[in-house]
Structure formats: C-alpha cells, structure tokens
Write a protein that binds this ligand. Structure first.
Ligand SMILES: [Zn+2]
Ligand SMILES: [Zn+2]
Length: 366
C-alpha cells in the first residue's frame, strides 16, 4: 500500500510502497477513505516532539474494515469505522472507573506488537514506526480493535474522520472534562480545529457566552459559525482584561487549545473564582506553567488537563454523528481543503505557518 513516510524532521514526506502485515488475533485492517491533518502531526514533523524514524504520521482517520483477526468481536468486514489514538483495554483501573482515555498512556504496550513479532509496517527489511498506534497518512491501517468505533454508513467519511481527534478533543473536553453546564460562560483560546470544536461543544452544552480568543481575525470570524458569541484578539487588546469585562469578573470555564505557556497562564487568569481552566493544547516537554499558588486556596480556581477529550469514544462517536446529522455539530465548516496523500507536506506547512482560515485539511482517498 502507499503511505506518506517521514524520514527526517521538516523534510517533505515521501510517498512510498509500504508493506502492512496481516491482522493478528485482535487486530483489524482498515482501508482508509479520509484522513485529517492535525496540528499534533506537525509537532512531530517539525521535531518539537521526538518520533522513531522512519515513521508514518497521521492519526485522524475514517475508513472501511477489510479484514479482522480471529478474536475480533467489535467490528466486521464492511463496517465503516472512525479510528482513535486512545485505545482502551477494558480491564484496568482507568477503564473500569470510566476514564478509558487514560488507559493508553499507562498500558501502551497492550496495543502494539511485541518486538519478537513481525512489525505491522515495514519497507523491505526496514521497520517503519507506527505513530500513536495508527499511522493514518496511508491507504491502510492495522490497529487493535479497541482503537475503532463503528458508525452509520451514511455518515460522509471526510467529515467522520474529524471526529476521531480534533472534534472529540474539543467537544469531549467541554462535555466530559469540564462538564460545562447551561448558562455558564466559556472562553476558548486558539481557534484551530480543536478550538472550533470546543466552541461548538460549548454552544451545544448551552453556555450563555462563548468567547473566542485568537490572534487571527479570520479565524475569529470563522469561530462565529461554531457558536462564538464574543471575539477577542489578544494582538489588539489585553485578553484577560477583555474576558473579565465581558463576563463581569471572569469565565466559569476556559479551554487552552494552543499549547503555549503564555496562553495556558492566560486561561487560568481569565477565570472567575471557582472557575476551571482545561489545558488541551500540547505544551512541549520541559515547558512549565506558573500560577500564583495562593490563588488556588483563596479563589478555589482549578487548572486541569484533558487527553483526547476524556472520551468514551464508543459512546461518544455515534452521538457526535447524530449531532452532525441534526446540524448542531458543524463539521462541514471545519474543512478548509481536500487534498491527496501527496499534499500532506504542504498541508502541515500551512498549519505551521498558521495561515488564517486553515481549520482542517482532509486527505480524501478513493
Ligand atoms: Zn490530532
Ligand atoms: Zn484500560
């Protein structure tokens, strides 16, 4: 099968013939139809986060099940599926207490092959790294069955794939991590794919004010379509002061979707007492966030992280598909461009350059 292979940081991905193994007992082979290009791919491509080379990046995908292993029960050939980078085991403490999105961070090896087994991906004798258990910039993926969720066949693939990372991360953080309640006020820092999904989630949850914060006026205008009620450009005004003024003292919930120390601290400082700041952005290793310790005590403000929207994806994905069909989850507006596998390098460069309206560029395969 063809895949876009990364051989060095920042170098153009090369389209190469890659050998993909046959499904083991709990593995599933999926023919991909659509793949979103996510900012997290860029973080590994540009070297901010380490990757085992060569590697196939990509982790936001949807496709059709082709072949299943002997013990697979969750999916069958012909099923339409969305993949996720946070598979679950179903038996650990986190899974059994309803926090299955954390499972993959402690049980990583359960979802990969042993070193003694043939690799899932290879070129000749060379092993190719599988990125986040998926490696979706490819025509096919071979994954653990618990990294997949079946969805309705009438759900368009190019929109379905977005649910698998950006959308569940944004919407899930609102619904599950922060549990935004109707009438409360929300600020979202960063209006890329994840930020727009968080804004959309806050609107669905019934927030009375949804304040979009971004340096790009174009992205702020786009945020309105997802339910933003107020727009703040920190390049023009002090974001913390502006949000406090709009909400008479600060928001109940803030979401940091950029991955910077500065925006994480802003997310905390724009809260009202008892408010909750949720960090969704990928803050690079070695970067610390500083907040005044005494405020935690005096104001009862809270700072928390959320991985993959604290999802329970087998429950969440079909619900999000339904919200899309009802016109409440605006996946159509999230797509800024449709490209081929050979367009991924340029798409990642666009994200890195932070070009105005680039929300999600989606690879579409026949
Ligand atoms: Zn992603
Ligand atoms: Zn588990």
């Amino acid at each position: 099968m063809k895949a876009a292979v990364m051989r060095a940081p920042k170098a153009p991905l090369s389209i190469e013939d890659v050998t993909i193994s046959k499904p083991g007992p709990r593995e599933v082979l999926v023919r991909l139809k659509a793949i979103g290009v996510c900012h997290s791919d860029v973080h590994f491509w540009d070297g901010a986060f380490p990757a085992e080379l060569p590697v196939i990046l990509g982790h936001e995908s949807a496709g059709v099940v082709e072949q299943v292993g002997s013990m697979v029960s969750a999916v069958k050939p012909g099923d339409h599926v969305i993949s996720i980078l946070s598979p679950f085991c179903g038996t650990c403490e986190y899974c059994l207490t309803g926090h299955m999105s954390v499972c993959h961070t402690v049980n990583r090896e359960l979802f990969q092959r042993d070193l003694t087994e043939a690799p899932r991906l290879s070129i000749g004798k060379e092993k190719v790294g599988q990125f986040l258990n998926l490696s979706s910039f490819a025509e096919q993926i071979l994954v653990h069955e618990n990294a997949l969720c079946v969805v309705d066949k009438d759900m368009p693939m190019d929109r379905a794939c977005l649910i698998g990372c950006g959308v569940i991360t944004g919407v899930g953080s609102v619904f599950h991590s922060a549990q935004v309640e109707p009438g409360s006020t929300v600020a979202v820092l960063g209006c890329g794919g994840v930020g727009l999904a968080a804004i959309n989630g806050a609107a669905i949850a019934g927030a009375s004010r949804v304040i979009a914060v971004d340096l790009s006026d174009e992205k702020l205008q786009l945020a309105k379509r997802f339910g933003a009620t107020d727009l703040v450009n920190p390049g023009k005004v002090n974001a913390i002061e502006a949000v406090k003024e709009l909400t008479k003292g600060g928001v109940h919930y803030s979401f940091e979707c950029v991955g910077l120390k500065q925006t994480a601290e802003q997310a905390y400082h724009m809260l009202r007492p008892r408010g909750v700041a949720t960090i969704i952005g990928m803050i690079p290793p070695g970067v610390n966030i500083e907040i005044p310790g005494i405020e935690l005590l005096v104001t009862e403000k809270r700072l928390q992280g959320a991985v993959m929207g604290s999802n329970r994806f087998r429950v969440d994905f079909p619900r999000l598909v339904e919200l899309y069909k009802q016109g409440r989850l605006h996946l159509d507006d999230l797509i800024s461009d449709r490209i081929g596998l050979d367009g991924i390098t340029a798409a990642m460069q666009n994200l890195k350059d932070n070009k105005g309206t680039v929300a999600r560029q989606v690879v579409v395969l026949d």
